[in-house]
Design a protein around this ligand. Structure first.
Ligand code: MN
Ligand code: MN
Length: 253
């Protein structure tokens, strides 16, 4: 078990830490997501991988929960500290419950479990990337060396997990676009629609890149002809219709 030591408790930072305790990309969500995916997994090697990392995430929950508890501790006694999070101070007595940094309760809705191993592994790679970036932001908002040390440890492990999930996915030997069993419709699958268009403040510049150039057919948006006209004409039309609607709702009152 990693030893967690902190200097001066910082209740407001303790509240931020709760994002990794009971939040969408937090340690409980990771532990549950990988463990339940593991229960569903029929590939013995990857099942073991999911169970290993799922269990490790539970140990991270313990670390981040311990860290948060230490920072929230002054809430037990001090009114100013209690103001950092009235719910924790009043209902929780300064202890952690499964909430995120905004006091929203943890929910199983955070979990991405599809029953398709390759799809699940992709979700996990993305989940590790999100957890990594949240830890990085916590580190950047923290001055306490002991807290930083624990967060650096937790952040590093997410990259380790990300790598393991990537290798597990790559070695399944599937083309990255092979998702599920039913093949996509030919031609439609290689068509790119230029659906967001317009000029200046009235739209997005139409830019080209490998995503809409290489091996794809570039098609202008079917709604574009309706919206044609100079930028001024389009702006005038929008203003008129907004004013018309405002007059209508005013007359109804
Ligand atoms: Mn973790
Ligand atoms: Mn992880």
């Amino acid at each position: 078990m990693k030893r967690v030591r902190i200097g001066e408790p910082d209740p407001r930072f303790g509240r931020m830490l709760l994002e990794q305790f009971g939040g969408a990309n937090g340690e409980l969500a990771a532990a549950m997501q990988y463990s339940i995916q593991g229960l569903n997994c029929e590939d013995p090697g990857r099942k073991d991988l999911l169970m290993d990392i799922g269990t490790e995430e539970l140990s991270h929950l313990e670390i981040v929960g311990t860290l948060a508890r230490m920072h929230l501790n002054p809430m037990k006694k001090w009114r100013t500290a209690a103001e950092a999070d009235p719910l924790i101070a009043i209902a929780g007595g300064g202890g952690v419950a499964l909430h995120n940094s905004q006091d929203n309760p943890w929910t199983a809705d955070y979990l991405k479990i599809t029953g398709d191993l390759a799809v699940d592994l992709r979700s996990n790679i993305a989940a590790e990337a999100r957890a990594k970036i949240v830890y990085e932001r916590l580190i950047n908002f923290c001055d306490d060396p002991g807290t930083k040390d624990a967060l650096q440890f937790l952040m590093t492990r997410e990259i380790t997990h990300m790598k393991a999930f990537m290798v597990a996915l790559d070695t399944m030997g599937m083309d990255p676009l092979d998702v599920g069993a039913i093949p996509p419709t030919p031609e439609l699958v290689t068509t790119f629609f230029n659906d967001s268009s317009g000029q200046g403040d009235l739209g997005e510049a139409d830019l080209r890149g490998p995503w809409n150039e290489d091996g794809v057919k570039y098609v202008e948006s079917p709604v574009k002809p309706i919206a044609e006209g100079t930028a001024e004409e389009v702006a005038k039309e929008i203003t008129q219709s907004v004013n018309k609607r405002a007059r209508k709702s005013a007359s109804r009152r």
